[in-house]
Design a protein. Sequence first.
Length: 93
Amino acid sequence: MNVIYKITYPNGKIYVGQDRTDSINYFGSADGALIAKDFTREERRQFTVTREILWECETATQAEVTQKEIEFIVSLKSNRPAVGYNRWPKFKG
């Protein structure tokens, strides 16, 4: 199953990604150093993230999944640094 998911961090920022295996244990490939800058040592001791499936399709091609991912990144503005952790496609503010 191909899925597009949204990860929401405790600070409200989001990351949108794709998973073509629908692994329950996959939480994306956002830049860990970028995320770490937003949390104090104390905040890092315990926190909860939410993973929400925004879209799923068994038959989509890799190109279709990537296009759908871009659509969600742009519509949710997760590539805008104040909103999320996606750095591609580049935000044009």
